[in-house]
Design a protein around this ligand. Structure first.
Ligand code: NDP
Length: 339
């Protein structure tokens, strides 16, 4: 076995952000590396994921996932190569998906590592289009929103990892119209010219309700909410009767320091008989193999496209995370440690 590196760099949260995260809330620190304990693997991370839900984990509040601890390494999804293993079934050189990102080298309990095959898809895809965000899109559209052929679908955050997949899945499965909103003209162009959306608009260029009404003259049947706030209010106004919303995320509110207003038109749910359903991806793991099989097929046939924004180098982990919140990504935001 080749010698292990003496140290590994890892990102720690050192202060809890108030509002937007700041560089001084984070520190990149060195930790010693040693042979893995019994039942564990040593993994050199090649890619790790930065995700909007991590902003919530920076607050010291009870939630569906525990907060990051101060002065401890942060975690999250990562893909890497096994560099030391004393565990049957895992060999040096295997590639694994696991939950100890935000660091160069991870000591991973074997039962928390899942082998992935880099010959079937690029390894980074297991963090996005074939990973957590992909399953979120798949489950959120088909299971939570009960999508059916002929539905008109509106998705916000449409050029992001989840949103870009939602819109394309809806198109592939026969939506009557797919509408997306995103935060730049380039993203809007990508949606209509590459991803096959019927209409898209830049939400920074005017009131969302007006732009949505124009893009969806016959109303919408499904709204996939990644953004909340003004977007949710606009969707309520554009809904047809018996519309269904998947409430997946509300990124426009994640850095708020004040209580955020409810949709002013919430009473529309009554007359329109709307269903607004929150979701957590982990409730839908039973769809995993069906999801991978179908989505891999559509990627292979060219029907489904995806983007990744790779930020190279562990030292840029904080910037990648804040860049995600600012909309600097197209598709999945990933930190690459392959350089
Ligand atoms: P994205 O790849 O979509 O990245 C986040 C995007 O949000 C940015 O690129 C930016 O794009 C957009 N954004 C940022 N601020 C605002 C704002 N104020 N208004 C509108 N858009 C904004 O991230 P993901 O695909 O990983 O996640 C999308 C959503 O899904 C998030 O809300 C996330 O929390 C949620 N999620 C929920 C899961 C669940 O189980 N419930 C699982 C996974 C994700 P732009 O340039 O368009 O502004």
């Amino acid at each position: 076995m080749s010698a292990l590196p003496a140290t590994s760099r890892e990102w720690h949260l050192v202060a809890r952000p108030h509002g937007w995260p700041a560089a001084e809330d984070f520190a990149l620190r060195e930790a010693p590396v040693s042979e893995p304990a019994a039942g564990r693997l040593l993994v050199r991370n090649l890619y790790f994921s930065v995700d909007p839900y991590m902003r919530g984990r920076m607050n010291d509040v009870k939630s569906y996932v525990p907060p990051f601890q101060l002065d401890r390494p942060m975690d999250g999804a990562a893909v890497g190569e096994v560099i030391a293993s004393g565990v049957d079934g895992f060999a040096v050189g295997d590639h694994v998906l696991h939950g100890l990102g935000w660091r160069e080298i991870a000591e991973v309990p074997a039962e928390q590592a899942v082998k992935v095959d880099g010959s079937l898809a690029p390894l980074s895809a297991y963090l996005g289009v074939l990973g957590m965000t992909g399953l979120t899109a798949y489950a959120g559209l088909f299971e939570v929103a009960s999508f059916k052929e002929g539905d008109a679908v509106f998705v916000s955050g449409a050029a992001g990892a989840v949103g870009s997949q939602v819109g394309q899945l809806a198109r592939i499965k026969g939506a009557s119209r797919v509408i997306g909103s995103a935060g730049s003209d380039d993203k809007v162009k990508l949606l209509t010219e590459e991803y096959g959306f019927d209409a898209a608009f830049n939400y920074k260029k005017g009131p969302v309700a007006e732009q949505l009404a124009e893009a969806a003259p016959d109303g919408i049947d499904v709204y996939f909410d990644n953004v909340g706030g003004e977007h949710l209010e606009a969707a309520l106004s554009s809904f047809n009767v018996h519309g269904r919303a998947t409430i997946c995320g509300m990124i426009s509110l994640y850095n708020s320091t004040e209580p955020t207003p409810a949709p002013r038109n919430l009473a529309l749910v009554i007359g329109k008989r709307l269903r607004l359903q929150g979701m957590l991806v982990n409730d839908h793991r039973h769809l995993q193999s069906q999801f991978v099989q179908e989505v891999a097929g559509w990627i292979g046939s060219g029907e489904l496209k995806y983007s990744e924004t790779l930020v190279e180098g562990i030292e840029h982990g904080y910037e990648a995370f804040v860049g995600l919140l600012r909309g600097e990504n197209t598709g999945k935001m990933i930190v690459s440690l392959t350089g």
